[in-house]
Design a protein around this ligand. Sequence first.
Ligand SMILES: [Zn+2]
Length: 161
Amino acid sequence: MRCGSNGAVPKHAFTMWVANDDRLPTRSRLASWGLAVPLTCPFCCALPETRDHLFLSWQYSYDVWSLVFAKCSPPSQTFVDWAELLSWIRSGASRRKILLRKLATQAVIFHLWKQRNNLIHNNAPLPPTSVFRGIDREMRNIISAKRSNKLFNSLMLLWLQ
Ligand SMILES: [Zn+2]
């Protein structure tokens, strides 16, 4: 896997960047562009598919986050919106904890978007535990690829705890 100078995987960083600007083509976004698409979330079929619903509040996403939180300490309360996700990343107790949360968040957003697209294309999404296993494997690769870097050196222990 190729990593950028800050350790981020380009495909993860790109999806996170687009999500951060709320420019991923969720159904709410497509509808706002005038496209005749169903508005509802393809997972729960109940609420509008907005970025924050898809990535933060839907049960499936929540289950993936819960597994990630076991590795980099949960927020004091469940994320309600994107700003809370960003503030959780920044509130890490040290630079390396902030970096770990940032890398993990990029991986989560990338993989949740991928599962969402699988579902739209009629493939059943993987169970949250399998999604997490993929994220875990990628995190280990990202961290070990950068282990000569002082900041990354101790990240593996943090992630494995
Ligand atoms: Zn939903």
